[in-house]
Write a protein that binds this ligand. Structure first.
Ligand code: KG4
Ligand code: ZN
Length: 329
């Protein structure tokens, strides 16, 4: 069995995965969304202190499995250094106390492996990763060969939802609240610019939409409920249109048979519907993780670690460190 730990941002999570059957035997998560909501975003130092309290609570719950653990998997990049360190410190302590190897897990690769929780791996696949920290398309050939095809030049897709919500005083995280509000709004009331619409460049950019939202909010303040919903709907429409437009270009070039969307923002139903249509148009199969595994969790970390264990990709507790950036992509 593999014990996995996730603390890259504002979710503390621990899982236990059977490395032979890939069965998820134990999975718990404590989200800090409520504590960060009043600041309109994650406060790293607060997040770190909450992990220091919550991770041991989860480990206590996982205690019945501890004697059967063969390796400790932990997210060590990319993410907030001060929160990654909490999970890594726990992994190191367990590794030394129980003489267990450590598997260092890249958070972005773990998101890709959220597709395979309790399932066999399926490669090759073109993967769109949309989260609070990242927006990228990755050509995944197999465990060892993953290549970034497109990435964002500035803000990420999820971050643009968070910032839009913050500007309208709707708290954090913005994704679910904007999606909900957008259902009630008129997506055609405001015409927001589609980023890089006339550029051949295969990349994403969300800072322009964010500024357009800022202007709308200023112009219509104080916002009534109807205007808030119309801004949310118009914003979401433009944000998804941009994703679709650039992905369509990639589809035309690479004609993928299998396409997947992962990351916290892949829970968005309008995104799922838009990409189901795109995949239909190109005859590609669409793969999605269960809603429970879209946002950050230790189950996906453990599932990645199953494949890493088979390759004996272990790291030494003395040399393992954390990084805010991804060294793999
Ligand atoms: O993967 P994740 O849990 O953490 C990171 O690795 O960043 O993603 C969190 C992000 C947040 O920006 C959140 O607002 C966004 O995913 N998100 C959504 C939705 N649910 C979460 N964005 C759009 N629509 C949603 N339904
Ligand atoms: Zn994530």
């Amino acid at each position: 069995m593999i014990l996995s730990i996730e603390s890259s941002c504002d979710d503390s999570s621990i899982a236990v995965t059977d490395r032979i059957t890939r069965e998820l035997l134990f999975h718990r998560k404590i989200s800090q969304e409520i504590q960060h909501a009043k600041y309109g975003g994650v406060v790293p130092e607060l997040a770190s202190r909450l992990h220091a309290v919550d991770l041991p609570k989860l480990l206590e719950e996982a205690k019945p499995y501890l004697d059967d653990i063969e390796a400790i998997a932990v997210t060590n990049e990319p993410g907030l250094s001060v929160t990654l360190l909490e999970g890594v410190a726990m992994a190191k302590a367990l590794s030394i106390a129980k003489s267990l190897p450590i598997i260092a897990v890249n958070h972005l690769k773990a998101h890709i492996y959220s597709l395979f929780i309790e399932k066999p791996t399926r490669f090759p696949m073109l993967v769109l990763l949309i989260s609070g920290g990242h927006t990228m398309v990755v050509d995944v050939q197999d465990f060892d060969r993953m290549r970034v095809v497109a990435t964002t030049m500035d803000d990420s897709f999820g971050e643009s939802f968070d910032k839009t919500a913050k500007m309208m005083g709707l708290g954090y995280p913005g994704g679910p609240v904007i999606e909900e509000l957008a259902r009630k709004g008129d997506p055609d009331r405001f015409s927001l610019p589609i980023p890089l619409k006339h550029s051949p460049r295969i990349a994403f950019s969300y800072s322009g939409i964010k500024n357009a939202v800022r202007l709308l909010v200023n112009e219509h303040s104080p916002l009534d409920e109807c205007t808030k919903a119309d801004i949310a709907a118009s914003f979401q429409k433009a944000a998804i249109a941009h994703l679709l437009q650039k992905c369509k270009k990639i589809f035309k070039e690479s004609n993928p048979k299998d396409f997947a969307i992962v990351g916290g923002a892949s829970a968005n139903m309008a995104v799922r519907e838009a990409f189901a249509a795109l995949c239909g148009e190109f005859g590609a199969r669409l793969h999605l993780a269960d809603l429970a595994y879209c946002s950050d969790n230790a189950a996906m970390v453990g599932r990645y670690a199953v494949d890493a264990y088979e390759r004996a990709l272990f790291v030494d507790a003395m040399s393992l460190s954390v990084s805010p950036r991804s060294s793999d992509f």
